[in-house]
Design a binder for this molecule. Sequence first.
Ligand code: MN
Length: 253
Amino acid sequence: MRILVTNDDGISAPGITALWQALRPLGEIFVAAPAAERSGASHSITVHDPIRVDAQDFGCADVRGWRVGGTPADCVKLALEALLDAPPDLVISGVNDGPNLGGDVLYSGTVSAAAEGAKHGVLSLAVSLDGATKERFDAASACTARLLPLCLARRLPPGTLLNVNFPASFQGEASVVWTRLGRREYENAFERRTDPRGRDYYWMHGRPVEDGNGEGTDVAAVRRGCVAVTPIQFDLTDYTLLEKLRAPAPFEA
Ligand code: MN
């Protein structure tokens, strides 16, 4: 099996190191990840600047690495369209430092890197962990490696994107449940500050709000201590509204 590993925390982050190390027994590993942290980069791509790529030597003959001066989506796009000589069987993005639940998936570089893999027709996983330490990154990575054969056995359609979230209580064992996206928004505050040259700037900091999450949501599942796995697709069409709009004579002239 050929596995492309990426993230948005940067190629040297402890989460991606734990992940590619745990996946090594499963096959050939390719790591293409941002040179610097790009959390919150969403699905942005680099269009107006060159994308610099340097080989990253991990000291293992069976792991090839590229340090990419771009976004998480750039890394996957570039790997699939230019760096790899054949498509991988899997794209895995993570392990992210922090959860990616509910509305987080729209901003997350971790999820978007996996979405880019899915867009290319490759089974892709985004993996995130609440409350990261080295031991817990290792435990989440080992659990991800155990999950892969189960996912493959489900014969998921090509281009499937699975968003995996490990709970704050995760120590190595937990129930894995299929979920839908819940509600996780932020109460943001923009703090206005002044730089040494007297110009104002803003620094955003937020507090997650997780109200109104029913049974079956990713937010409720991780709160219960389960590993939440949400299949995600990026057809953003509002089909319910579309049906209403197409109904006969929906508008008064
Ligand atoms: Mn991140």
